[in-house]
Design a protein around this ligand. Structure first.
Ligand SMILES: [Zn+2]
Length: 99
């Protein structure tokens, strides 16, 4: 009897174990968020900066990208509102001139 899997279960186990061990050093997402907000200093900030920039951890860097994108989205509506208001008032002014 043979299994249809062509992946050596021992190898798969090793990869998963290494990945998990690597991830153990990852700061929690909340920490990354605080770090982005500038709410962390001292050794913890050094550790996170090192983890992101020197270790270039793909997991944490993608989390940071995610958090930044979410931040941008949270900020953008206000700008869009303002721009819409400006556009609308300009359009109203133009209409007023034409009438
Ligand atoms: Zn990490």
């Amino acid at each position: 009897m043979s299994t249809p899997d062509d992946i050596d279960p021992k190898l798969a186990f090793t990869v998963a174990t290494v990945w998990r061990e690597e991830r153990i050093t990852c700061p929690h997402q909340d920490l990354l968020q605080s770090f982005l907000a500038g709410g962390i200093d001292g050794g913890a900030a050094d550790f996170i900066a090192f983890h992101l920039r020197e270790s270039q951890c793909p997991y944490c860097n993608s989390v940071v990208e995610d958090l930044k994108a979410r931040d941008d989205q949270a900020r953008r509506p206000q700008l869009t509102d303002l721009r819409d208001k400006l556009l609308r008032s300009t359009a109203t002014a133009l209409r007023g001139k034409r009438a």
